[in-house]
Design a protein around this ligand. Structure first.
Ligand code: GAP
Length: 430
């Protein structure tokens, strides 16, 4: 069973590399400590996830606005947020092979790699440091943000003033975050540079339980209806009091059954008024109706982008008797359709197929393939999740119809060229 699971992860990683979803970063120089690059198909999949999220949680709501803040913030932000003092993992080192591990992630008291004796655990701050400006001294030390969240708190006042929002309302952001993880691994699951989609939802204290429950349901709906993940693969875990982050009063982890085990996909936290109180010491929020001053409380739904991509890939990867299919939700598929001329060496077929391809490209992301035989082209498109394949043949030249073959049912039908856009729109609405 374990072997099969490993095998599945290997197959997904191999597909990602072979088809241009995800490559090892800096590969020609031997790679760089678990860094990964998204290739031509990976960037489409990742962008589709981000756009779907933004549409759902920002554009379709009246109580949400977005920001896109700088990655490097004033170091005082990280003092006020508690990251300088508490954002650390317990690190142990093997005295024999000098491999390092997170003490909370290993069961035995000896080195998992060589059985050697381990040092006592010491706290290792996870923030990635650099120097800003030409002088490398302690005054020029800055940190790459370890979460996008803090910018939403720091910009709270500016957003409030410019958007004229009132409680309850939220600020959303998508962007990179950096953590000097002790043990990155499991492909794009845990890396030192990753992307988050976060919401900081500002409320009155009295409403926190109701808002927490509301966002719990919204997050589940995103996973099942937005990304199309299988319900039985998601498990909610209540984080125990002694494991809560320094700012949280309640947290739920949404774990996904990855091939390497059940691991955190997303989190939902009640951050109390910890953040705004620390950043706006003398300036509480003024309720203009009641004239009362208070620090808003925060419910934080947080979503890892890379973990979303990985869960979607694991969920969609399907082996059938004669093919591998990525059964991606239509909105997520990198290519919506592929266009083929039946024969590459018949200029009239190629010209007609090009015409259709160029027209469809105005509205959809479309693939072109004229290599090998039709069967091979279908196989190749199934493997990357393309919803349908359109073949231009000799009949097309007579009656302006093409063959459309569906990814999931593998059924073929003749469709008039003038109906193609409508046909694809129907596919996308599923
Ligand atoms: N603002 C709250 C926060 O950052 P977190 O649980 O530390 O909470 C949020 O991170 C999400 O970011 C996680 O649920 C996960 O999806 C993603 N994430 C965290 N660390 C990651 C890493 N090293 N690599 C990839 N994704 C990561």
């Amino acid at each position: 069973m374990e072997k099969q699971k490993d095998n599945l992860m290997e197959k997904i990683i191999s597909l990602c590399k072979r088809r241009g979803f995800v490559f090892p970063g800096s590969e020609i120089y031997g790679g760089l400590a678990n860094s990964w690059d998204y290739g031509p198909l990976g960037v489409e999949l990742k962008n589709n996830i981000k756009q779907l999220w933004w549409k759902r949680f920002v554009h379709m709501r009246d109580d949400m606005v977005g920001i896109d803040a700088a990655l490097i913030m004033n170091p005082k932000v990280w003092e006020a947020s508690g990251h300088v003092s508490t954002f650390s993992d317990p690190l142990v080192e093997c005295k024999k092979c000098h491999h390092r591990f997170r003490a909370d992630k290993i069961d035995a008291k000896e080195c998992p790699d060589c059985g050697g004796e381990l040092t006592a655990a010491k706290h290792f701050n996870l923030m990635l440091k650099t120097f800003l400006g030409p002088v490398e001294d302690k005054d020029s030390i800055v940190y790459f943000r370890p979460e996008t969240a803090q910018a939403m708190f720091v910009d709270f006042k500016n957003v409030l003033e410019t958007s004229r929002k009132k409680l309850p309302f939220g600020i959303a952001q998508i962007g990179k975050a950096f953590r000097n993880e002790i043990t990155p691994g499991n492909f794009i699951f845990r890396t030192r540079e990753f992307e988050q989609m976060e919401i900081e939802y500002f409320i009155y204290e009295k409403d926190w339980q109701e808002s927490f429950d509301y966002w719990r349901k919204e997050m589940l709906s995103w996973m099942f209806n937005g990304l199309g993940l299988k319900r039985e693969r998601i498990r909610e875990t209540e984080v125990l009091d002694d494991e809560l982050a320094h700012y949280s009063k309640r947290t739920i982890d949404f774990d996904y059954k990855f091939p390497f085990g059940e691991e955190e996909l997303y989190g939902l936290a009640y951050r109390t008024d910890f953040d705004l109180k620390n950043h706006y010491k003398e300036e509480p929020y003024l309720d203009t109706e009641t004239n009362e001053k208070s620090y808003p409380h925060v419910i934080e739904p947080t979503f890892g982008v890379d973990r979303s991509v990985l869960a979607v890939l694991c969920d969609a990867y399907t082996e059938e008797e004669e093919r591998i299919v990525l059964k991606l939700k239509p909105a997520l598929a990198p290519y919506k359709v592929a266009v083929f001329p039946l024969l590459k060496n018949k200029p009239e077929l190629v010209a007609k197929a090009r015409e259709i391809y160029n027209e469809l490209k105005k509205d959809f992301v479309v693939a072109w393939d004229d290599r090998g035989n039709i069967g091979k082209r279908y196989y190749s498109q199934d493997e990357i999740g393309t919803l349908a394949c359109i073949t231009v043949d000799f009949e097309t030249l007579e009656d302006n119809t093409v063959t459309i073959r569906d990814r999931d049912t593998m059924k073929q039908e003749r469709v008039n060229i003038s109906d193609l856009k409508r046909y694809i729109s129907v596919l996308l609405s599923k």
